[in-house]
Write a protein that binds this ligand. Structure first.
Ligand code: HEC
Ligand code: HEC
Ligand code: HEC
Ligand code: HEC
Ligand code: HEC
Length: 232
């Protein structure tokens, strides 16, 4: 067994740095480790180090990068207006030809908001920015499908006797409009593909992609599956 001094002498001409390294090795001999006392932590730490950042990236950062956010032009209180009018049909009705009127235009608000009736700042905005100049309100439609998709409310609500809530959720009971999120790549509303990054769906209205339309059509039976049923 050579001493530290002898070793140092032997490598002296190789420079100071190398010498110190070897010396350090000799002095700090690793102590034997009792296996099993802490090793079980390795996979847990490794998992946490891998999982943590990726979880954050996939579930928090990526959705924030992917989706843009817009506010509706004015807030709208469904609950208050449904109480005022007693039903949805005052604003969302089927026309004589069977087509669905969809989002009401400004004329259906004028009946009550020709002039400001209350103190609410959102109503003041409605009257100042839209009623007085006679400008339509540019509502953002959460459920808007891509242009290539054909959808008919008459087929579902009139013939199929389905409830609004099945596809839209409890919008009719809401007191505020939620923010509108859109996919920055496709520009489609987030509600089409759903807000859950894993595609997990809890309610029938959580998303309305092609598979979701098809899933219900399969269950109900008797609805043609061909592409041209939904794509014209
Ligand atoms: C006083 C008029 C009025 C009444 C009554 C009314 N709504 Fe609306 N509704 C609106 C307006 C305005 C919007 C536009 C907001 C928006 O862009 O979503 C809207 C939007 C909606 C939408 C969302 C469409 C989308 O995807 O953006 C649904 C669903 C809806 N209403 C359901 C109902 C139901 C169900 C009722 C009855 C319980 C009802 N509404 C009663 C005025 C009304
Ligand atoms: C049948 C009458 C009626 C119709 C039609 C109607 N409203 Fe109203 N609206 C009211 C009443 C009543 C209030 C409560 C006013 C108050 O006391 O502040 C109100 C309040 C509001 C407010 C402020 C309150 C809030 O919480 O946002 C907004 C904004 C509004 N209405 C928008 C609309 C729009 C947009 C339309 C057309 C799609 C419409 N209203 C159609 C009766 C009506
Ligand atoms: C089978 C599912 C389904 C049912 C039931 C349904 N909707 Fe829709 N709704 C949709 C889809 C899908 C769109 C998007 C249509 C598009 O972009 O062409 C839509 C769009 C809308 C819009 C936006 C304007 C438009 O017509 O594009 C409103 C408002 C609306 N629905 C209200 C209602 C109301 C009120 C009811 C109940 C009477 C109802 N919907 C029932 C699926 C449904
Ligand atoms: C929760 C169930 C349900 C969902 C979700 C649904 N549908 Fe339907 N759809 C029906 C039913 C039921 C009918 C048949 C109505 C009838 O004729 O009695 C139908 C009929 C249709 C028709 C007419 C087919 C024909 O034979 O004339 C079209 C087009 C259509 N759906 C498109 C869509 C699209 C696009 C979506 C998704 C954006 C969708 N549907 C989502 C239940 C659903
Ligand atoms: C029950 C209705 C339905 C049927 C049947 C259907 N689609 Fe779709 N399709 C949709 C809806 C809704 C979307 C938009 C939402 C999405 O991207 O999932 C879509 C989106 C698409 C897109 C992407 C378009 C875009 O702009 O993002 C393609 C491509 C497509 N469909 C092809 C097909 C083909 C091919 C068939 C026949 C095998 C078919 N679809 C049958 C409802 C349908």
């Amino acid at each position: 067994m050579s001493t530290t001094e002898e070793k140092e002498q032997a490598v002296a001409d190789e420079g100071q740095e190398a010498t110190e390294e070897i010396a350090a090795e000799e002095v700090h001999e690793p102590k034997p480790v009792k296996p099993g006392t802490w090793r079980f932590l390795i996979p847990i730490i490794a998992f946490a180090m891998g999982f943590g950042p990726h979880f954050l990236l996939g579930w928090v950062i990526f959705p924030q990068l992917l989706y843009g956010k817009k506010q509706q032009p004015i807030d709208f209180n469904h609950k208050l207006h449904v109480e005022e009018m007693g039903e949805c049909e005052g604003c969302h009705f089927f026309r004589g030809d069977g087509s669905f009127a969809g989002i009401p235009d400004l004329s259906s608000c004028l009946e009550c908001h020709e002039e400001q009736v209350g103190e609410h700042p959102e109503e003041a905005k409605l009257v100042k920015q839209y009623v007085e100049p006679g400008k339509e309100i540019p509502w953002l439609v959460y459920s808007r499908q891509p242009q290539c998709v054909f959808f008919s409310h008459a087929a579902h609500v009139v013939k199929g006797e389905m409830e609004c809530v099945t596809c839209h959720g409890p919008v009719g009971e809401s007191e505020h409009l939620k923010p509108y999120y859109y996919n920055r790549l496709t520009l489609y509303s987030r509600d089409i593909w759903g807000s859950n990054p894993a595609g997990y769906k809890k309610h029938t209205w959580d998303r309305m992609k092609m598979d979701d339309c098809a899933e219900c059509h399969e269950e109900k039976k008797g609805i043609k599956e061909a592409c041209f049923v939904c794509h014209k």
